[in-house]
Design a protein around this ligand. Structure first.
Ligand code: GDP
Length: 364
């Protein structure tokens, strides 16, 4: 065939390889066939769906927020902005406790208790460890067996990738979408082991700390900071042989709390015992939370706290975006590697190195 000689890959260099000319393909084997694509809904479609309470669209919106793709960022921000006027009307409750404290068991029953009065409940999570451990501790929907089958519950695992700041920001933004979709109760769950409590605390109205009775020195190992953030402390597993120990822990926590200054809210945190598994004392825990909401609305602290949180998230978002833009810049990355070596070899001071890299970045 003649085409042979014209094709660049048919010269001596490619001996043994022959490129033949092809035949023209028909435009379609079946002219009636239309490929079914999962089209990405537009911002307008997502927003419209969310405002109608469509959970599929809510999920798509949250997925957009969680996406790492750079072009999704702007779309997600558009969705959030359009939902913002319809947000803010929920009760946001943060729930923390070490793994094994009974968070999932408790959220399942707390959730059903809340839904008995009507309304809708969204359960979100912040678990910055989920990227490292692949498969989030808080990710498994089946942990909340009853709630996950409830028609008015929306359970969403933690955003997985990114820094704690990034993960928390995404959860904070997902709250906006859930509220716009009519979810009037939001739970934000986190593992009580580190920094994530601060992040959760900065996006909820009430912060509930789940504790267990231990061996007499319960107060050890609990970071003072976490106790100071709590609006309520509840001792779980107050059942069977554990009742006395749980009551003792209750007394100890209550007296420890009395040593703390009265929180800014003016609300002295209460300590209660309950059993998530046997569903004992659930109403009492929730009555306490109701009392807090009444109190905070009456004193104006509710709005004050939300304003503080808005300001916090403005700066958090700026910080996160600056950090991402800076460290994500390939030229900066290269320069950083270079300067790091100089600093480690005592050839340049850390301050000069930092100044140079920053100057380079900001003059680009
Ligand atoms: P999480 O890691 O904080 O989410 O804790 P889970 O809800 O998964 O509970 C950890 C373990 O404690 C499970 O084996 C539960 O069955 C058990 N558990 C949870 N709540 C209670 C309770 O109220 N009483 C008792 N006895 N066990 C409980």
């Amino acid at each position: 065939m003649d085409t042979h000689h014209h094709h660049p890959e048919n010269d001596d260099q490619y001996a043994g390889l022959t490129v033949n000319s092809g035949v023209v393909q028909p435009p379609s084997v079946n002219p009636y066939f239309r490929p079914r694509r999962r089209r990405m809904p537009t911002v307008a479609e997502i927003v419209e769906g969310i405002l109608k309470g469509d959970v599929t669209m809510l999920s798509r919106g949250v997925t957009l927020i969680e996406s790492q793709a750079p072009d999704h960022y702007a779309l997600a921000q558009e969705v959030i902005e359009k939902c913002l006027p319809y947000s803010g009307k929920s009760r946001r409750v943060g729930i923390t406790g070490v793994p094994g404290a009974g968070k999932s068991t408790s959220i399942d029953v707390f959730g059903l208790h809340v839904l008995e009065k009507g309304g809708k409940l969204a359960v979100l999570a912040i678990d910055p460890s989920s990227e490292r451990t692949k498969g989030s501790i808080l990710g498994d929907k089946t942990r909340m067996e009853k709630l996950s089958q409830h028609p008015n519950a929306f359970i969403r695992p933690s955003p997985s990738a990114g820094s704690l700041g990034g993960v928390a920001r995404k959860t904070r933004e997902s709250i906006v979408l859930c509220e716009a979709a009519g979810f009037d109760n939001i739970f934000v769950e986190t593992v009580g082991v580190g920094q994530s409590e601060t992040a959760v605390h900065s996006m909820v109205d009430f912060f509930l700390l789940i504790q267990l009775a231990g061996t007499g020195d319960e107060l050890q190992g609990i970071k003072r900071g976490i106790m100071e953030m709590a609006d309520g402390i509840v001792i779980n597993k107050c059942d069977g042989d554990n009742v006395d120990a749980a009551r003792l822990a209750q007394t100890q926590f209550a007296s420890a709390l009395r040593l703390f200054p009265l929180p800014e809210s003016g609300w002295r945190p209460e300590v209660l015992t309950y059993s998530g598994y046997y569903e004992l004392g659930i109403k009492e825990v929730w009555d306490m939370i109701d009392r807090y909401f009444e109190f905070a609305r009456r004193t104006g602290y509710f709005d004050q706290k939300r304003n503080q949180q808005s300001r916090y998230w403005m700066y958090e978002t700026i910080n996160e975006r600056l950090r991402e833009a800076f460290y994500g810049d390939p030229a900066v990355e290269e320069m950083l590697a270079d300067r790091e070596r100089l600093v480690l070899n005592n050839q340049q001071s850390s301050f000069i190195a930092a100044r140079d890299v920053l100057n380079f970045y900001f003059s680009k």
